[in-house]
Design a protein around this ligand. Structure first.
Ligand SMILES: NC(=O)c1ccc[n+]([C@@H]2O[C@H](COP(=O)([O-])OP(=O)(O)OC[C@H]3O[C@@H](n4cnc5c(N)ncnc54)[C@H](OP(=O)(O)O)[C@@H]3O)[C@@H](O)[C@H]2O)c1
Length: 357
């Protein structure tokens, strides 16, 4: 089995899952860890990932990391920096990331060109991935379109009770929860989200050998009818208690591709909201295809998991996917941005056995 040398860049929630995955993966060798936090610098990677010692010490020094001999960097910071990504690519290291750019060719042509040029310079590949986007938004629906003939609509819905989500930044800024309608209407993130969700819509369209000719962004919400206690603070009465984004692309042939999120601060009964909202399921994701084959694919974690376990496993899927993608992404010729339309199947890896057939 071919071995690959890997650097883990940033060890937040996703990065720590990825680090653990690299340490355990039979085809991967950890050669470096870049951290930002002072208290993580100098620590053994195994201590950061809660595994056995690795002998690899985390460093805050980007120069040391760039100068390492490595095949691939799992780049997981927040915020991300395209110049940093391009520097790693130009230094001859493949980059796999949960951050943008999943399919930047139309929404951010400049970034696409910059990434392609850096890939050519370093003779390597770039792949942006994750759970959603990176799985639910395009990889899995594209797979199921192979079961269909005429396709009228493909809808990807993420829903969940967010009361246990402690990140105020994500909950209040990205999800609009706790904002007044006026604040939500003026939230600059709405413009960023359009490009963010139109990317996987365009990838699906290319996968269907089509193109998007019409775009639409919808924003719906329901206000709380009382104060609601959450891990991110109190969601006050008359602020947004349920936020619904829908981003839609219509292709030349009339297929509608919908990326939807329903985030709420209540239980499934929604008694603490001013009105009910149609929620397809308690939590997780639904992929729905309508056409001559009508398909519903539900993806979720077992209900007995606590909401903390739910969230941790959800974010692990993103980290582990990056890890499992390393041999596939590093093994591709023709340097450049690799989307799911360019890559063979990415699977888990439990051993080193190779079938001779
Ligand atoms: N596609 C998907 O499905 C998906 C899902 C989840 C997350 N994501 C993306 O994955 C990335 C990581 O998410 P996360 O949940 O792991 O976030 P997180 O827990 O907030 O971790 C981010 C990490 O970034 C590092 N950091 C701190 N200050 C920084 C700075 N000034 N500049 C750059 N990096 C800094 C820190 O690393 P150290 O702790 O090592 O110091 C921090 O732990 C985010 O960009 C997020 O948008 C994508």
């Amino acid at each position: 089995m071919k071995q690959y040398k890997v650097i883990q860049w940033a060890t937040g929630v996703v990065g720590t899952a990825a680090l653990k995955g690299v340490i355990r993966h039979p085809a991967l060798e950890l050669v470096g860890v870049k951290v930002y936090a002072d208290d993580k610098a100098g620590q053994d990677a195994g201590d950061l990932a809660d595994t056995e010692k690795t002998g690899i010490t985390a460093t805050q020094d980007a120069e040391t990391i760039v100068s390492l001999d490595a095949d691939c960097v799992l780049y997981c910071p927040m915020p991300w920096d395209i110049n940093e990504i391009c520097r790693l690519l130009a230094s001859g290291k493949h980059v796999i990331t949960p951050c943008p750019y999943w399919y930047p060719f139309f929404q951010d042509k400049e970034a696409a060109e910059q990434l392609q040029a850096a890939c050519k310079q370093g003779s390597v590949n770039f792949h942006a991935s994750g759970c959603n986007p990176g799985g639910i938004a395009e990889r899995f629906p594209l797979t199921f379109t192979g079961w269909c003939n005429r396709i009228d609509r493909i809808t990807m819905t993420e829903c969940g009770d967010c009361r246990a989500y402690a990140s105020e930044g994500v909950v209040r800024e990205l999800m609009n929860l706790g904002k007044t309608p006026e604040e939500a209407d003026n939230n600059p993130i709405k413009e960023m989200l359009k490009a963010y969700w139109y990317e996987p819509i365009e990838m699906i369209a290319e996968g269907l050998s089509s193109e998007v000719i019409e775009y639409e962004a919808q924003h719906n919400y329901v206000l709380a009818n009382q104060d609601i206690d959450t891990a991110a603070g109190v969601i006050e009465k008359d602020t947004i208690g349920l936020n619904n984004y829908r981003h839609i692309g219509r292709t030349r042939e009339g297929t509608e591709i919908v990326q939807e999120q329903i985030w709420y601060m209540d239980d499934i009964e929604l008694n603490r909201l001013r009105e009910k909202f149609p929620i397809p399921r308690r939590s997780g994701w639904r992929i729905r295809i309508e056409g001559d084959v009508n398909l519903i694919v539900d993806v979720d974690f077992p209900p007995e998991l606590s909401s903390e376990e739910h969230q941790a496993q959800g974010l692990s899927t993103t980290g582990f996917h990056l890890v499992n993608a390393v041999p596939v992404v590093c093994g591709q010729g023709n340097p450049g941005i690799k989307t799911y339309l360019d890559l063979p199947m990415i699977t888990g890896c439990m051993g080193t056995h190779q079938v001779d057939r």
